[in-house]
Design a protein around this ligand. Structure first.
Ligand SMILES: C[S@@+](CC[C@H](N)C(=O)[O-])C[C@H]1O[C@@H](n2cnc3c(N)ncnc32)[C@H](O)[C@@H]1O
Length: 230
């Protein structure tokens, strides 16, 4: 049995290590009863803010009690289904925690893709997305990493350590990603450059011209939505 204080202290060490700092805005996505939420709130201090989102009202009530007993003023609880939306403005969050969410969000399913789209939109350029992939086997983890790369996040580092999981301290992995700024724009520019390099000097096929025009239109759209979409 672990004392709550011990779990809390351990969670704080983990979040300090990934780089949560004073005054930052953190999104704890699917926070549950909030062991990591409270740890994040201690680290960001009174000038920072932690947004704690979950659908489970019982767990959120637990979190409310823990917040009240610690008299914390810098946590905003949001009861919302993050698959539908993350109710925060674009390019707003410094650090997103996706800790132990994969029981509900499986790699390669539409639900996870929808969540990652929202995370991308709400994260600041170069935001850190820290992931604790509990309940994923090796193949699923590989698929998840590919999915993150395709959705505009680059893997910065990955390591094993003791983590807080379901009221225990146990060994697990942490994966830390960065949001790639203007991901969609960069990807389309690469595709256009690649296509142009393959255009023959004479008699370009109508299909190629059509493809090029479509990519250029997509690029214009992506530039208008810079940073908020892939
Ligand atoms: C295993 S708990 C992890 C809690 C916390 N992140 C931690 O590591 O201690 C997963 C949480 O995801 C929440 N969840 C599942 N689907 C969700 C959704 N669509 N929107 C918001 N929260 C969701 C559940 O209610 C549950 O509290």
């Amino acid at each position: 049995m672990y004392a709550k204080g011990q779990l809390q202290k351990h969670a704080e060490e983990i979040l300090k290590e990934i780089g949560i700092q004073q005054s930052q805005r953190v999104l704890d996505c699917c926070c549950g009863s909030g062991t990591y939420t409270i740890a994040a709130a201690q680290l960001v201090g009174e000038n920072g803010l932690v947004y704690a989102i979950d659908t489970n009202s019982e767990k959120l009530n637990d979190l409310r009690q823990r917040i009240n007993s610690r008299k914390l003023q810098n946590i905003k609880i949001i009861e919302e289904d993050v698959e539908l939306r993350v109710p925060l403005q674009d390019s707003f969050i410094d650090i997103v925690l996706l800790y132990d969410i994969f029981w509900y969000f499986r790699p390669a399913e539409n639900k996870l893709a929808a969540l990652l789209r929202e995370v991308y939109r709400a994260a600041k350029p170069n935001a850190l997305i820290s992931v604790y992939p509990a309940h994923l086997d090796l193949d699923e983890l590989k698929n998840f990493k590919n999915e993150m790369e395709n959705k505009g996040f680059s893997l910065e580092n990955e390591y094993s350590r003791q983590l807080v999981h379901e009221g225990r301290i146990e060994k697990g992995k942490l994966l830390n990603f960065k949001k790639i700024e203007n991901y969609q724009v960069k990807k389309l520019e690469e595709q256009i450059a690649d296509l142009k390099a393959r255009l023959p000097a004479h008699s370009v096929s109508p299909a190629m011209i059509d493809r090029l025009e479509k990519l250029e239109e997509e690029l214009e759209r992506a530039k208008r939505n810079r940073n908020s979409k892939w």
